[in-house]
Design a protein around this ligand. Structure first.
Ligand code: GLC
Length: 752
């Protein structure tokens, strides 16, 4: 089995053999990954990409023949993968197989809920299971490596890539990152039906100034070590095989050539042995940053800083590495070390002995119905019930005669999948409207009205060029009559279900916004529906918090369904009619308005904690919904909170126990959360920080006892004064509850 100790020796020996026979140009080629675009005929490539859809493949084919390509990305067809692999293996001098990478971020053919949704499940087991489906489908078509999980902490929802991560909190982020790596890679790197996991973007990318994607990031060391880096560390401790660089400058140094990140933190502090790949064109763009004067310098400095492989669209900087070697700007040892890491990954995957993919089996795996089942369960467990006045939900199908489903997103298959999907199957995709219709059958009359036109961005999304991503109104759509029609069906229905949010091309990469309003006339539509007096349920399709102040005031039930994936509509129907109860929790603090961002719960006390609620004179300074918030269809009470000892030494551990009772009349999950606060020490510490959580199924009327170990790892933090990790003696507060405002508390002392 690859990766076992004795195999390690054989693996190293083989890598040395291959390396010794390589020319400098072939070595540089192993470190070069090209996009291989097979865009739909006549696709218009975004000029900003600097891409000529016809010329680029020719450049790659030529490089393949020279044996100067190590990896390709953006190929998902198994036959095409085999054809390209054959060119590399049989058509080049060395015949080293290619590594095929791709953004299998939340599924390949079976699309899972978007990553922020999976984080909202607070269920590492379902996250790992979902990503193992994604890995199985990817490996079946011949993809060996995914550029995921994205583990960037994000606290500014103007930044569209919040959707790809796990929100604002390092503890939740670390748990989600590790679960995703386990799902993608299985128990050992190179395992069958699994792929290499590649956490990204190292590091700090989510703190782009103004929420403007790609813009610079300036972060204090304490914020890096205590907030931004822990999810990456967890991913690496879970065995991730690669790390991807980030586009932006971190404290003035482009992340892609940042030796502190890749040589100091990643390799010497954390002992990472995998390889580092740049983000797209990020090595050649060191010249654009005004950091490197030319491509030779860009390649040499990126390699020296610790970036092993260059992801390139065209004209890679690493093609100049032989010149840099001749000019003494690159050490042979550094070049060889990078090539070794890449070769070891290929050997671990068994590519040297078995480089091709079984095309017939690929079709079988992609058709596995079990995958759709897992995607549906993930969507059910991701949903967050934000509000449910008078228990309007779950709907009683038996008591309903008619239902109005309203809003363009309700019927849109493409939007139900969310961004970062390419190889999906729309035929299999279940939008909300279809999910509801299939669920109720003829028992309930379901009417649909789009109500408002789709909304276009002020400039197209970079992904629109892949076709089918731009939302369009149906032929003959008339905004005037559509709005009236929506109000009419709402008035006549027993219940109105309005689906609101952003179109999927409005969020993700290069999708920052200056506001959080519901795009277009969606709020107006919601207000008109509520004004009919028909009980209204709002379903939110989103990847970041949106401005729901009016809805939170006037709509009795609000369920965040995110972009729920291929089986989204089926999951939503099960949730609406109570087949399953929602139990998701927010992975971020939900601001009332964009003026509050960045907003996060784990802030420090300041000298006026009592006025924390009144920092703005024109708006409350609390979130609309707090981090960790989410309701269920049951009621849960907490009691019996204890610590097993009142004081411990600096390296001591206390056991915190709590009893959670389901006082409702149905089984349900409760996400039990533990928050910790250090009262004093050698730095001001956050008012509270998540240091434990458990999603626990509890039968109606039952009580579950939940225990947490709170040891030194939960209390240790990087201290800006000591410029090192410290453990302070102090009294510590502990709260346990169902969200970050938990009030049931106790305390213990840590004694020096
Ligand atoms: C993109 C993204 C990165 C992705 C890569 C390949 O620009 O920043 O997350 O993995 O390019 O698609």
């Amino acid at each position: 089995m690859p990766g076992t100790p004795n195999d390690e020796e054989a693996l190293r020996a083989r890598a040395e053999e291959l390396l010794a026979a390589m020319t400098p140009a072939e070595k540089a080629g192993q470190l070069t990954q090209y996009f291989f675009f097979s865009l739909p005929e006549g696709a218009e490539a975004d000029p900003a990409l600097g891409l000529d859809p016809a010329a680029q493949p020719r450049e790659v084919q030529a490089a393949l023949e020279r044996g100067e390509v190590g990896s390709l990305l953006f190929v998902t067809d198994p036959a095409r993968i085999n054809e390209l692999q054959r060119r590399a293996v049989e058509g080049s001098r060395q015949g080293v197989p290619l590594l095929f990478g791709f953004d299998v971020v939340h599924g390949l053919r079976t699309i899972l809920p978007v990553p922020i949704a999976m984080a909202a499940s607070w269920d590492p087991e379902v996250i790992a299971r979902g990503q193992s489906v994604a890995a199985r489908e990817a490996r079946a078509v011949g993809i060996h490596w995914t550029f995921a999980p994205m583990v960037d902490i994000a606290r500014d929802p103007r930044w569209g890539r919040m959707i790809e991560g796990a929100g604002e909190d390092p503890f939740l982020g670390a748990a989600v990152a590790a679960a995703q790596v386990r799902g993608f890679q299985g128990d050992v790197l190179g395992a069958a039906e699994h792929v290499i996991a590649g956490p990204k973007h190292f590091a700090g990318y989510g703190y782009a100034v103004g929420g403007r994607d790609y813009d610079e990031v300036n972060l204090a060391d304490a914020e890096l070590w205590n907030t931004v880096l822990p999810p990456f560390k967890a991913a690496i401790e879970a065995g991730a095989g690669t790390v991807m660089t980030a586009y932006m400058d971190l404290n003035g140094i482009p992340a892609t050539a940042n030796a502190w990140l890749f040589t100091e933190v990643l390799r010497s502090v954390w002992g990472f042995e995998g390889f580092v790949v740049s983000d797209a064109n990020a090595v050649r763009n060191l010249t654009t940053h005004g950091f490197a004067p030319d491509l030779t310098s860009a390649g040499a400095r990126a390699l020296a800083a610790g970036t092993d492989m260059e992801m390139a669209i065209t004209d890679p900087a690493f093609a100049h590495l032989p010149e840099a070697l001749d000019g003494g700007r690159v050490e042979t040892a550094a070049l060889d070390a990078a090539v070794r890491r890449v070769l070891r990954a290929k050997l671990r995957l068994g590519l040297l002995d078995d480089p091709y993919v079984d095309e017939a089996r690929a079709r079988e795996v992609l058709a596995d119905p079990q995958h759709r089942e897992i995607a549906r369960i993930a969507a059910e467990r991701a949903a967050v019930l934000l509000k449910n006045d008078d228990d309007l939900l779950p709907l009683d199908r038996g008591a309903l005669e008619s239902l109005a489903v309203i809003g363009p997103l309700a019927a849109s298959k493409r939007d139900t999948l969310g961004p970062w999907v390419f190889d999906f199957d729309l035929g299999e995709t279940v939008p909300v409207l279809d999910g509801i219709r299939r669920h109720v059958g003829d028992a309930v009359r379901v009417e649909y009205a789009q109500g408002v036109p789709v909304v276009q961005r002020t400039f197209p999304s970079m992904f629109d060029m892949f076709g089918g991503n731009r939302p369009e109104d149906p032929e003959g759509f008339d905004p005037g009559t559509a709005f009236d029609e929506a109000v009419r069906i709402a008035r006549e229905a027993d219940v109105a279900v309005v689906v609101l949010g952003e179109w999927q091309n409005m969020i993700g990469e290069a999708a920052s916004r200056s506001s959080l309003h519901l795009p277009g006339r969606q709020l107006e539509l919601l207000q008109a529906v509520v004004a009919t007096g028909t009980p209204t349920v709002a379903l939110v399709m989103n990847g970041r918090p949106l401005d729901l102040r009016w809805a939170a005031e006037h709509v009795p039930a609000i369920l965040d369904i995110w972009y729920p994936g291929t089986q989204g509509g089926a999951a939503v129907a099960n949730l609406l009619f109570g087949e399953v109860a929602p139990a998701g929790r927010l992975p971020f603090s939900w601001p009332r308005t964009v003026g509050q961002v960045p907003m996060f719960y784990s802030h420090t006390r300041s000298h006026e904690p009592e006025n924390q609620q009144r920092r703005y004179w024109d708006e409350a300074s609390t979130p609309l919904f707090p981090f960790g918030h989410g309701l269920g269809y049951g009621r849960f009470t907490y009691g019996g909170l204890t610590v097993d000892r009142s004081s411990v030494p600096l390296d001591g551990t206390v056991t915190v126990a709590v009893e959670v009772t389901n006082t409702g009349d149905r089984e349900g999950d409760e996400v039990v959360q533990l928050y910790l606060h250090q009262r004093s020490g050698t730095a001001s510490r956050p008012v509270r920080e998540l240091k434990g959580f458990r999603r626990v199924p509890i039968a109606a009327g039952a009580t579950e006892r939940v225990e947490f170990e709170v040891g030194p790892d939960a209390r240790r933090y990087w201290n800006a004064a000591a410029r090192d990790w410290v453990l302070d003696p102090s009294p510590f507060d502990v709260w346990v509850g169902g969200d970050s405002t938990a009030e049931l508390g106790t305390s213990f002392d840590v004694i020096a």
